[in-house]
Design a protein. Structure first.
Length: 311
């Protein structure tokens, strides 16, 4: 039996609740396949479209009615964890029942600790919410203290920090659930980012990359594998060019060299490979796998995906 943390990419979910409800059925089948092979499976996921939708809904409503408050970003993240988890856990439970397997599935609303001195807080880069004119953007900077940046000629948007995760608040209860043979959905959207001050946890307006959060979770749970599931079957160098090479097995050293040579796109494959390297480097014998959702079982058997491990 292997302990596997699975990080689901955006292709596993959807951009609307209806689309998500349909997509998670197929996602759940892939998860159930891994469980059917006798593995402990812990699930993490992104929340980009979902948290943006929730944030925009409250933003729009508060403009129309002053009685409706704008929702702080950490609370938007918590809401997205709840409704994505609701869809995922029901879909996975259904597949487990069909397969006559134990159907104990739980979503844990998870807080992830970040360093308040992380350099990301001085250089926020993650755009969220609506587009604004230059004049409105300047007003929001003064009135609300937002950092606003021009976005590809389409207007100005609020940007927030994307700090690195350093701990998972609920890790002990997650471990307890896993050891009691529950399938756990956790660190949704990278987790709700919090800082510790005088023994208190305080939510901050930030987005933690779900792949880095998944790598930290896998490390803390002493997982055997980190699966980063995406829309492609392998990580590649010279991607999209005639000389594209799909990578089947990578040492940590070679992966770092490819990163330095700029082979992986920022905001796409780069954070996945960096997170994979982080987990594989944390202890000899750990393996990180970048693979397609549809071929997750084959990736576990070594016939698909890109495996990254220490030499």
């Amino acid at each position: 039996m292997k302990r596997i943390v699975v990080a689901l990419g955006g292709n596993a979910l959807g951009n609307t609740p209806k689309q998500q409800l349909e997509l998670v059925r197929q996602t759940a089948k892939s998860i159930a396949d891994l469980i059917a092979l006798g593995n402990e499976v812990i699930i993490a996921h992104g929340n980009g479209p979902q948290v943006g939708m929730i944030n925009l809904a409250f933003e729009t409503a508060s403009k129309a009615d002053a009685k409706i408050p704008e929702m702080p970003f950490p609370e938007c993240g918590a809401m997205s964890q709840g409704y994505i988890g609701y869809h995922l856990q029901n879909a996975i439970r259904r597949e487990l029942v069909i397969g006559k397997m134990p159907s104990r599935v739980a979503t844990v609303i998870t807080q992830v600790i970040v360093d308040e001195d992380d350099p990301a807080f001085t250089n926020p880069t993650k755009p969220i919410g609506s587009f604004y004119s230059k004049e409105d953007a300047k007003r929001l900077e003064v009135e609300k203290g937002y950092v606003m940046k021009e976005d590809a000629g389409r207007g100005y948007r609020r940007v927030i920090a994307s700090p690195k995760p350093i701990g998972v608040v609920e890790i002990d209860m997650i471990r307890t659930l896993v050891e009691a043979e529950h399938t756990v959905i956790t660190v949704g959207g990278g987790g709700i980012p919090v800082i510790e001050q005088n023994g208190e946890l305080i939510g901050v307006a930030a987005v933690i990359d779900k792949d880095f959060a998944s790598a930290k979770l896998a490390e803390l749970l002493d997982a055997d594998y980190l699966f980063i599931l995406t829309a492609v079957e392998h990580a590649s160098i010279h991607f999209g060019k005639p000389n594209q090479i799909d990578l089947k097995t990578l040492s940590v050293t070679d992966a770092k060299r490819h990163i330095e040579e700029g082979h992986f796109a920022k905001g796409s494959m780069l954070p996945k490979v960096e997170a994979a390297v982080s987990f594989a480097s944390s202890k000899k014998g750990r393996k990180a796998v970048i693979a397609s959702l549809e071929k997750s079982a084959e990736a576990l058997q070594g016939t698909s995906g890109t495996v990254i491990m220490m030499e």
